[in-house]
Design a protein. Sequence first.
Length: 179
Amino acid sequence: MAKAKGTILLPAVKYLRSRRQEALALLPPELHHYLENRILEVSWYPESDLLTLIRVMIELLPGTMEEIVKLIGEAAAQEHSEGIYSHLLEGGPTPAGGFALWSSMHDSGRLRATREGDTSICIDLVDYGYPSPEMCLVVEAYILRSLSMGGVIPTAEKICCQRDGGDRCSWRCTWDPPE
């Protein structure tokens, strides 16, 4: 069973607690404990629970699923760029160190960055234990926001997906050279 660190669940749990009654009505009863009990940042929780929490957030927030999960991915990248993780994102538009955070926050999958040229990089998520449309979009938004912190405006093309039978999820990210 794939698991995620509490630090990844915490933003979703905080939001759902702010809309407690609505969240309780949407969450399966076996997940109500997330609204009751303390979430330990260093503990492991089922990745399936994370996905359910995200899906309930999608129900409660205005906008499309794509817009909401994009915001979730961007917010995670921003949070990781500040404080104790900021040193991992130094060095321009290929923050491979920042992508290494995946392994410390998920017990399945590895996020790898392969530079393809001066203005492109291929990002692979290999052996992820719980792929879903929502998590693919969260990861893509995380990647794009992380790259943009390197001073470029990237675009991403999904070139392979586990959900479609691929052996990994892959994105080719490109950007214009800095002026």
